[in-house]
Write a protein that binds this ligand. Structure first.
Ligand code: NAP
Ligand code: FE
Length: 363
């Protein structure tokens, strides 16, 4: 047996996490840039909890509240300029995966003034300012991953920034998700589920990542039931946030694979939310496996009989009405076939034909 494992984030998981554990931020400095989305963090209380905490700690702050879904490098540059002007010591991301990933990128850009949207992918390994993450969706696991996924308009795609930016602190309070609308709850939960799946059926899977993934599947057994019944109780919110964190810990070790890599085109060109972009491809991706051993074990943990059972669950949760032309399928498949980083995470050989089939049979 051989494995490497590193997960350096301090996690505070409880209702009231920011208020009860705010002193953990004292070591990070005296000026913070808060990076958040346009409105939800003002409605769900997360922004106010953080600004109250910073005021109580006498930490100065400014708020950048203009992160869009699937954040672009352009937005990251604008937020970074605010942080540089403030001379921020650390960056706090509050929101779904988009603000959290943007906060990581901003922390990198502030620390390295020579970096900009045109040279970031050829820059080598860089350090960043410290990042604090406050998730308000239960999906991406970004609060415990080193990844920052950004939209690169020049290349018409989404990409991992290619740096390792683990948040130093994650404040996880599921009360921020209590009023998350049903559709976003589903989309983000499906994202978390695909993280568990893609880490479990991954070239880099190891005993520790598998342990988290299996625990996540066990949680998803009841999360799927609650989602189907639309019983979004506090208990459900807590469970799915935990499952999402387990997914994050698992992909932090293993990376994601085909659904995530193939889904980026569906988000970029068809505007499909990230979780659905992965989810809609998942059943066909799973069918393509020749070795069914771990797949069978995974379904067994969730007490799902076979892939039709999983498909029925997905059909109950979401509908995707996008149709792809053959030209689009071919273009997306050829582009994904260049993504060697994602392909090497998939434990079996796949060629462009297999990728095209997954797109075709899914949509
Ligand atoms: P998101 O893009 O951050 O947010 C989607 C929508 O949800 C926004 O309209 C947002 O509103 C709203 N929202 C967020 N929290 C809410 C709440 N508590 N109540 C009501 N509305 C709320 O969604 P996401 O799915 O969490 O993140 C997706 C991004 O994460 C993608 O860019 C994806 O590539 C990335 N991702 C990253 C990782 C990683 O490891 N780093 C892993 C998977 C995915 P506001 O704009 O007003 O806040
Ligand atoms: Fe994801």
């Amino acid at each position: 047996m051989k494995f490497n494992y590193s997960m350096p984030t301090e996690i505070y998981f409880e209702r009231g996490a920011v208020e009860n554990n705010k002193s953990a931020m004292l070591k990070l400095g005296s000026k913070a840039l808060i990076v958040t989305g346009k409105s939800s963090s003002k409605r769900n209380g997360s922004l106010k909890d953080m600004t109250d905490a910073l005021e109580a700690l006498s930490i100065k702050y400014r708020v950048f509240d203009d992160v869009e879904e699937n954040p672009s490098l352009e937005t990251i540059e604008i937020a970074s300029a605010m942080g540089k002007e403030l001379k921020a010591d650390f960056v706090i991301g509050i929101g779904g995966g988009s603000p959290l990933d943007a906060a990581k990128a901003v922390a990198l850009f502030i620390k390295n003034p020579e970096i900009n949207k045109d040279n970031i992918f050829i820059s080598g390994k860089l350090e960043s300012l410290s990042v604090v993450a406050v998730p308000t969706t239960s999906g991406t696991g970004s609060e415990v991953t080193p990844y920052s996924i950004v939209t690169v308009h020049k290349e018409q795609t989404k990409k991992n920034l290619g740096q390792r930016i683990f948040p130093v602190i994650a404040f996880m309070d599921s009360s921020y998700t209590d009023d998350l609308p049903y559709d976003i709850t589903v989309n983000t939960a499906v994202d978390a589920f695909t993280h568990l799946v893609e880490s479990y059926l991954n070239t880099n899977a190891n005993i520790l990542s598998d342990t988290y993934a299996e625990k996540g599947f066990a949680l998803f057994k009841s999360c799927f039931e609650s989602l189907i019944k639309k019983e979004l109780t506090e208990e459900f919110r807590e469970k799915v946030m935990l499952a999402s964190m387990f997914g994050g810990v698992a992909i932090a070790q293993c990376g994601t694979s085909l659904p995530h890599g193939m889904g980026y085109a569906l988000t970029y060109y068809k505007n499909l939310p990230h979780g659905l972009a992965n989810g809609v491809l998942t059943v066909e991706y799973l069918k393509a496996f020749r070795n069914k051993e771990k797949l069978t074990k995974m379904l067994g943990i969730m007490e799902i009989k076979d892939l039709n059972g999983l498909k029925t669950i997905f059909d109950n949760l979401f509908k995707v009405h996008i149709k792809l032309t053959y030209e689009e399928i071919n273009k997306y498949a050829l582009s994904f076939a260049q993504n060697k980083n994602k392909l090497k995470n998939h434990p079996e050989d796949v060629d462009v034909k297999v990728i095209e089939e997954i797109y075709k049979n899914s949509l």
